[in-house]
Design a binder for this molecule. Structure first.
Ligand code: GRF
Length: 185
């Protein structure tokens, strides 16, 4: 099944999805990668010959127009599933209404704990002993949709935000590939 991946950053989740899509019997194909900026992760797509589109907020008169630009970019790839993999912008209802229940996201915390852009930092700051990662269906809220997969890990005394986030991302990569395989089988 054709999927589109949306990124904003290094794209390690995208890289994992790309690698897994090349495996024998993989049930999905990444047909396009869309970013809201010239994200470093776009290199993974370009090296693999996958079309990319950068849809920058500043290139549009307002947020609604940007939302429409993202929607049109997604439509051009005609995906069965949209995967947000480190996409750091909130988008409005248009994309959700166009692809109901077909947008999934990954978050580096055990939702509903620590939603938002700093889940790893917030968990560390709170002093929880266990955190983890969540893959969920995107709905109109912020990190509030139906949970599809979660896995916990223990925070180490020497952890800082970077080391903890790297260990969480290792969980995310594995969970995201499993969920995408299941949804596109
Ligand atoms: C992931 O931890 C994702 O959950 C969060 O940002 C990170 C993106 O990492 N929103 P990458 O760009 O896939 O390496």
């Amino acid at each position: 099944a054709p999927i589109v991946v949306l990124i904003s950053g290094t794209g390690s989740n995208l890289a994992a999805l790309l690698d897994a899509s090349r495996a024998e019997g993989s049930s999905y194909e990444i047909v396009g990668v869309i970013a809201d900026r010239e994200a470093a992760g776009l290199a993974h797509a370009r090296n693999a010959g996958i079309p990319t589109e950068v849809v920058r907020l500043k290139d549009f008169p307002d947020r609604d127009a940007w939302n429409h630009g993202v929607r049109l970019a997604v439509d051009r790839f005609a995906p069965q599933l949209i995967v947000l993999a480190g996409f750091m912008k909130l988008f409005g209802p248009e994309l959700l209404e166009a692809y109901p229940d077909r947008i999934i996201n990954t978050h580096p915390a055990l939702l509903p704990s620590f939603p938002g852009a700093h889940g790893v930092r917030d968990a560390l700051a709170y002093g929880v002993r266990v955190t983890g990662a969540t893959v969920f269906v995107v709905d109109a809220g912020i990190d509030t949709g139906r949970i599809l997969a979660q896995e916990a890990l223990t925070i180490l005394p020497e952890d800082d935000e970077t080391s903890l986030h790297e260990r969480i991302k290792a969980i995310e990569r594995r969970m995201l590939v499993d969920v995408v395989e299941q949804l596109t089988r």
